[in-house]
Design a protein around this ligand. Structure first.
Ligand SMILES: *[C@@H]1O[C@H](CO)[C@@H](O)[C@H](O)[C@H]1NC(C)=O
Ligand SMILES: *[C@@H]1O[C@H](CO)[C@@H](O)[C@H](O)[C@H]1NC(C)=O
Ligand SMILES: *[C@@H]1O[C@H](CO)[C@@H](O)[C@H](O)[C@H]1NC(C)=O
Ligand SMILES: *[C@@H]1O[C@H](CO)[C@@H](O)[C@H](O)[C@H]1NC(C)=O
Ligand SMILES: *[C@@H]1O[C@H](CO)[C@@H](O)[C@H](O)[C@H]1NC(C)=O
Ligand SMILES: *[C@@H]1O[C@H](CO)[C@@H](O)[C@H](O)[C@H]1NC(C)=O
Ligand SMILES: *[C@@H]1O[C@H](CO)[C@@H](O)[C@H](O)[C@H]1NC(C)=O
Ligand SMILES: *[C@@H]1O[C@H](CO)[C@@H](O)[C@H](O)[C@H]1NC(C)=O
Ligand SMILES: *[C@@H]1O[C@H](CO)[C@@H](O)[C@H](O)[C@H]1NC(C)=O
Ligand SMILES: *[C@@H]1O[C@H](CO)[C@@H](O)[C@H](O)[C@H]1NC(C)=O
Ligand SMILES: *[C@@H]1O[C@H](CO)[C@@H](O)[C@H](O)[C@H]1NC(C)=O
Ligand SMILES: *[C@@H]1O[C@H](CO)[C@@H](O)[C@H](O)[C@H]1NC(C)=O
Length: 834
C-alpha cells in the first residue's frame, strides 16, 4: 500500500515539472517523434533502417543475431553486410536481406585475397553508440572504423561508406556485393556481372519466401561514385580475382549457398566517402538500373534523404495531437506506431513478374491474419488512397491466381493461419466507402469463392473443410477432407474465423444489394460458432490449480458429434507446457497461437449473442476481466487486440479505457525492447496508434469503439474529403486518472452511443468528451451499444446507474497499477447482480 502511494506521488510530482516546462502546443513536425528503433530488441523484429512509406528498397545493416528477421537488431550480433530488401516485424525465418555490400578500408598487405569474403567469416562487431535511425536514414560504424550511413528511394538504396585513413600502407577501399540473403535461401544459378570500366554490377538470384511456397527471383543494379576505380572482379568462397567479370554460381550441396559475388576497389578513400547505389527489381536488372537512374540520378545523399523525410512527413501530416501536459515518450510511442504501419506492406507496382496488369501491385502482406485487425483499418483512416490500391491489388491477385491471399511475400503465396481473412479486409474497405477504381463485384466474387470453393491446397489460400462446414456447420477436429489439403489442426479457431469471414461476406452482400439469399446464407453460417460451444466445459488453472469459476467454452468437436478435449488454457500465456505446439505444425492444437479462453471472445459479429451465452453482461465482464487480470491473454499477439475493447459491448466503455491504459505504455513503450512481441508488419504499431487516438475498430464493421484519446485533442484530416475530424477531451488529465467519459457531444449535439462510424472521419465530425475520475452511465444503455447480429438481452440488471453509483466508490487510481481484479469489486456488488 505504501509503495503504491509513493509511486503515485512521484508520478504526479514529475508530471507537474514536465507540464510547466512546456507550452501548450499541437504537434507540427511529426517526424521528430519517430524512433524507428522501437522494437529493435526483445523480439519486436522491426525493420529499423531507411525506407520510404511502403518502399521496396529497405536499407539497413544486417546482423547475425537470432532475431534478425528485420535485418538489424540492437540486441546483439555482428554485422554481416548492408542489404536492401527487408520485411518488418515478422517471426519465423528471417525475411529477405538481399544483395548485401560489405566494406573494407583496404585488404591487409594490399592483397585482395586477404580481404575476407564469406559472410560467415567476415562479420564484425559495431560501435553500439554509433547506431542512428530516423525516417529515411540509418547510420552505423563498424569496429573496423568504417562509418556507414544510408537512405532510400522507392526501389533504390544509397549507401555512403566513410573509411578510416592511415599512412602505413596502400589506401584502397574495397566493397564486395554478395549474392546472399538473411536466411541463406539462395538457389542455383545466381549471377553477377561487373562492367570493368564503370564498375556497374548487375545480376540476379532465386530465393525462397520466408513463410510461404514457391520461389522468387530478385535482380539488382549497383553503381559507385566518390573515388576512381582501381580494379574489380568476382569472388567465390574465400578467393577473388580481377580477371573474371562474370559469375554464375551454384547453391552447392553444403546446406547453405556458396559464398559468391562481386567486388570493386578504389584508388583512394575520400573524406566524403564512397557512395554505393543499388536498386532492386523483380523484373530485370535493366529495370533495376532504370529505377536507380531515375530515383537517385546524381548520387545526391542529402537530396535523397530529404525526399524520404518529406514523404514520411506528408504521410504523417493528417494526424495532429495536442502535446499539452503529455509525457513526450507517449507522443513518440504514438507517432512511431503510426510510422510502422507504413513500412509494410510494400508497393511493388510495376515489379510483378507473374502477370501483366494495369492494376497496382502490393506485396509483403505479412500476414493479413495480423493486419486485418487494426493496421489496415487504421490506414483506411490515415491513407485511404493506399488502402484502395492494396485492395485493388488483392482483387487483382484473385483475378490472376484464383484466390485472395491470406499472406503474401515477394510474389509468393504465404501460409494461411486461420480463416480467409482477406474477406474481412475487403468488407472493411467496402463498408467504409473505399471506391476509387475498386471492382467491388469482382471483390465480392473473390470472397464468395473463399466461402464456397475449397482449394486443393488450403495451406496457401482459401479455406479447408468446406463440405463439413456446409453440412455440419463446423470444422470437425480430425475432419474427413478429401477435396483439399492443409494442416488438419485449429478446428476451433478456424471455425470461429470462418464464421466471422462469412459475417463479413453477408455485410458486403447486403451493401451491394440484390443478393438477399446470400445475406441470409452467410449470416446463418456466421452463427456456426455456436456449434462448438460446450456449455459444460470447465476450466481449472493448470498443474492442478483451482477452478477458474467459469463454465462454458468453445471446444473441438469430432465428425460424429463427440467433443474433443483441449484444456481451455492450453496455448495461453500461462500455459506451463513448455513443448506445447500451437502454431502451424501437424501436431498443433485446435486453436492457433492462442487458447480456447481467448478465442472464447472472438465473435466480432455477434457480441450480443456471445454475452447472452456467457450469462449476460455482468458475467461477460467478469470473464473478460479474468482473461486480462490472470495474464491468460497475450497482448503481444493479435487475437488479444479486440479483447481490450470488448467491454463496450457489455455496456462498460469505461473498462475498455481502463484496460487500454493497463497495456499502454506498460507493454508498449518507446524503447528498443518496448514491444511485447513481433510487430508483425506494423500490426502492434496500429494497436498503439488506434488505442491512443481513442477510436478502436471492430474490423469488417462500420464501428469504432470510443475511449478518451491519450491526448487532449486529436485531429485527423481525410485525404478523400479534405475534412478534419476532431476528438477533444474536456477535463483532460495527463496523469490518466480521469479517463472515464461522463458525457459527450458529436457536432455539438449530445451523444450517448459508445461508438461512431466511418463518416466521423470522412465528414470531419467533432467529438467532445467530458472526462471524470469515476465511471458514469455514459454509453451503457442498450441503445448506446454497437451493432450486433443478435439482440442485446439481460442488460437491465447490470449497466444501470444504481450499479454504477456503487461502482464509483472503487478507487480508480488502483487501476493504474494494474489491479483491476474481481476482488476490487467485492463489497460493491451483491450476488444478485452476478
Ligand atoms: C515519461 O515517461 C517515461 C517512460 O514511461 C518515464 O521514464 C519518465 O519518467 C516520464 N517523464 C516524466 C517527466 O514524467
Ligand atoms: C512558451 O511560451 C512563452 C510565452 O508565450 C514563450 O516566451 C516561450 O518561448 C515558449 N517556449 C517554448 C519552448 O516554446
Ligand atoms: C490543437 O488542435 C485542436 C484540434 O485538433 C484545437 O482544437 C486546439 O485548439 C489546438 N490547440 C492548439 C494549442 O493549437
Ligand atoms: C562478434 O564477433 C566477435 C569476433 O569478431 C565475437 O567475439 C563476438 O562474440 C561476436 N558477437 C556476437 C554478439 O555475436
Ligand atoms: C596500418 O594502420 C592500421 C590502422 O591503425 C592498422 O589497423 C593496420 O594494421 C596497419 N597496417 C600495417 C601494415 O601496419
Ligand atoms: C540452373 O541452370 C540449369 C542449367 O541451365 C537448369 O537446368 C536449372 O534448372 C537451373 N536451376 C535453377 C534453380 O534455376
Ligand atoms: C505505388 O508505386 C507506383 C509506382 O512506383 C506509384 O505510381 C504509386 O503511386 C504508388 N502507390 C502508393 C499507394 O504508394
Ligand atoms: C467419436 O469419434 C471420436 C474420435 O474418433 C471417438 O473418440 C469417440 O469415441 C466417437 N464417439 C462415438 C459416440 O462414437
Ligand atoms: C504475465 O506473463 C508474462 C509472460 O509470460 C510474465 O513475464 C509476467 O510475469 C506475467 N505476469 C503476471 C502478473 O503473472
Ligand atoms: C430485463 O430483461 C429481461 C430479459 O431481457 C426482460 O425479460 C425483463 O422484462 C427486463 N426487465 C425490465 C424491468 O426491463
Ligand atoms: C439497476 O440494478 C440494480 C441492481 O442489479 C437493480 O436492483 C435495479 O432494478 C436496476 N434498475 C433498473 C432501472 O433496471
Ligand atoms: C468520484 O467518486 C468519489 C468516491 O465516491 C467521490 O469522492 C468523487 O467526488 C467523485 N468524483 C467526481 C468527479 O464525481
Amino acid at each position: 500500500m505504501a509503495a503504491k502511494r509513493l509511486l503515485l506521488f512521484v508520478l504526479s510530482t514529475s508530471l507537474h515539472t514536465f507540464a510547466s516546462g512546456q507550452n501548450s502546443t499541437n504537434t507540427t513536425d511529426n517526424l521528430q517523434y519517430i524512433d524507428p528503433l522501437i522494437g529493435s530488441a526483445n523480439g519486436g523484429n522491426v525493420f529499423p533502417g531507411a525506407t520510404l512509406p511502403y518502399g521496396m528498397a529497405k536499407a539497413v545493416a544486417d546482423v547475425d543475431s537470432g532475431s534478425n528477421q528485420g535485418g538489424f537488431t540492437t540486441e546483439n550480433g555482428n554485422v554481416t553486410g548492408f542489404s536492401t530488401m527487408h520485411d518488418s516485424g515478422t517471426g519465423g525465418q528471417p525475411s529477405l536481406g538481399n544483395f548485401a555490400f560489405f566494406p573494407y578500408a583496404s585488404c591487409p598487405g594490399d592483397d585482395l585475397n586477404r580481404c575476407v569474403f564469406p559472410k560467415r567469416v567476415r562479420k564484425i562487431p559495431y560501435q553500439a553508440d554509433s547506431v542512428k535511425s530516423k525516417p529515411g536514414y540509418f547510420a552505423i560504424t563498424l569496429s573496423s572504423g568504417v562509418a556507414t550511413d544510408m537512405t532510400a528511394a522507392q526501389h533504390t538504396s544509397l549507401f555512403r561508406f566513410k573509411f578510416p585513413t592511415f599512412n602505413n600502407g596502400t589506401q584502397s577501399p574495397l566493397l564486395l556485393l554478395d549474392l546472399t540473403d538473411l536466411s541463406d535461401s539462395r538457389q542455383d544459378n545466381a549471377t553477377i556481372s561487373i562492367d570493368e570500366e564503370s564498375g556497374r554490377m548487375t545480376g540476379s538470384a532465386r530465393f525462397l519466401p520466408s513463410f510461404g511456397s514457391g520461389t522468387w527471383v530478385g535482380y539488382f543494379c549497383a553503381d559507385f561514385k566518390g573515388a576512381d576505380i582501381r580494379d574489380n572482379g568476382i569472388f567465390v568462397n574465400s578467393r577473388a580475382s580481377t580477371d573474371a567479370k562474370d559469375l554464375k554460381i551454384s547453391r552447392s550441396i553444403n546446406g547453405y549457398p556458396l559464398p559468391g559475388g562481386g567486388f570493386i576497389r578504389f584508388e583512394s578513400a575520400p573524406a566524403d566517402g564512397i557512395l554505393a547505389r543499388i536498386a532492386v527489381s523483380l523484373i530485370s536488372s535493366e529495370q533495376a538500373c532504370r529505377s536507380a537512374e531515375a530515383e537517385v540520378p546524381n548520387f545526391d545523399f542529402d537530396t535523397t534523404r530529404k525526399a524520404a523525410e518529406d514523404s514520411w512527413r506528408e504521410k504523417l501530416s493528417p494526424i495532429i495531437v495536442s502535446t499539452e501536459g503529455v509525457n513526450s515518450s507517449l507522443i513518440t510511442n504514438f507517432y512511431s506506431g503510426i510510422y510502422r504501419t507504413m513500412v509494410n506492406p510494400q508497393n511493388y507496382t510495376g515489379e510483378n513478374p507473374k502477370w501483366e496488369s494495369d492494376e497496382p501491385y502490393f506485396d509483403s502482406f505479412y500476414c493479413l491474419w495480423d493486419s486485418f485487425r487494426s493496421q489496415l483499418p487504421f490506414l483506411t483512416i490515415l491513407d485511404p488512397a493506399s488502402v484502395t490500391d492494396m485492395i485493388r491489388s488483392l482483387i487483382d491477385t484473385y483475378e490472376y491466381e484464383g484466390w485472395l491471399p491470406d499472406c503474401r511475400m515477394t510474389t509468393c503465396k504465404g501460409y494461411t493461419q486461420g480463416g480467409s481473412n482477406a474477406d474481412v479486409v475487403l468488407a472493411d474497405g467496402y463498408i467504409k466507402g473505399l471506391s476509387d477504381g475498386i471492382d467491388w463485384d469482382k471483390g465480392y466474387e473473390a470472397v464468395v469463392k473463399d466461402a464456397e470453393v475449397e482449394p486443393y491446397d488450403w495451406s496457401n489460400e482459401g479455406r479447408g473443410g468446406l463440405d463439413s462446414w456446409k453440412l455440419l456447420g463446423y470444422i470437425p477436429t480430425q475432419d474427413f477432407d478429401y477435396r483439399g489439403f492443409g494442416t488438419m489442426t485449429r478446428s476451433v479457431s478456424r471455425t470461429l474465423e470462418y464464421a466471422y469471414n462469412d459475417f463479413c461476406i453477408a455485410q458486403m452482400a447486403e451493401g451491394l444489394g440484390g443478393r438477399e439469399e446470400d445475406v441470409e446464407k452467410y449470416e446463418e453460417r456466421s452463427s456456426n460458432w455456436r456449434n462448438l460451444y460446450n456449455k459444460d466445459q470447465k476450466s481449472f488453472l493448470l498443474n492442478g490449480g483451482a477452478d477458474t469459476g467459469f463454465t462454458g467454452f468453445f471446444q473441438g468437436k469430432y465428425l460424429n458429434g463427440t467433443w474433443h478435449n483441449q484444456d481451455p488454457l492450453w496455448c495461453s500465456n500461462i500455459d506451463p507446457g513448455p513443448n506445447r505446439i500451437c502454431s502451424l505444425q501437424n501436431t498443433g492444437q485446435e486453436t492457433f497461437e492462442s487458447s480456447l479462453w481467448e478465442y472464447g471472445f472472438y465473435i466480432p459479429g455477434d457480441q450480443a449473442g456471445l454475452i447472452s451465452l456467457y450469462g449476460g453482461p455482468y458475467a461477460f465482464v467478469k470473464r473478460l476481466d479474468y482473461l486480462h487480470d490472470n495474464n491468460i491473454t497475450y497482448i503481444g499477439n493479435e487475437p488479444s487486440f479486440l479483447t481490450v475493447f470488448q467491454y463496450h459491448y457489455a455496456g462498460r466503455p469505461a473498462l475498455s479505457a481502463l484496460r487500454s491504459h493497463f497495456y499502454i505504455p506498460r507493454f508498449f513503450s518507446p524503447t528498443n525492447a518496448g514491444l511485447p512481441g513481433n510487430d508483425d508488419s506494423g500490426a502492434m504499431g496500429s494497436f498503439v496508434a488506434m488505442s491512443m487516438m481513442g477510436l478502436f475498430p471492430n474490423p469488417g464493421q462500420n464501428v469504432y469503439l470510443i475511449i478518451p484519446p491519450f491526448f487532449e485533442s486529436v485531429s485527423i484530416k481525410s485525404s478523400l474529403t479534405g475534412k478534419t475530424a476532431v476528438t477533444r477531451n474536456v477535463n483532460f488529465d495527463p496523469n490518466y486518472e480521469a479517463i472515464y467519459i461522463q458525457s459527450a457531444t458529436l457536432n455539438g449535439e449530445p451523444y450517448t452511443k459508445n461508438w461512431v462510424d466511418h463518416s466521423f472521419f470522412t465528414e470531419g465530425k467533432e467529438l467532445v468528451l467530458t472526462l471524470g475520475r469515476n465511471e458514469s452511465s455514459w454509453g451503457t444503455r442498450v441503445e448506446d451499444l454497437p451493432p450486433s447480429l443478435s439482440k442485446y438481452e439481460g442488460f437491465n440488471g447490470t449497466a444501470n446507474v444504481t450499479f454504477l453509483e456503487r461502482f464509483r466508490r472503487w478507487d480508480a487510481s488502483k487501476s493504474r497499477l494494474g489491479s483491476v481484479r474481481r476482488g476490487d469489486l467485492k463489497g460493491y456488488l451483491g450476488e444478485e447482480e452476478v
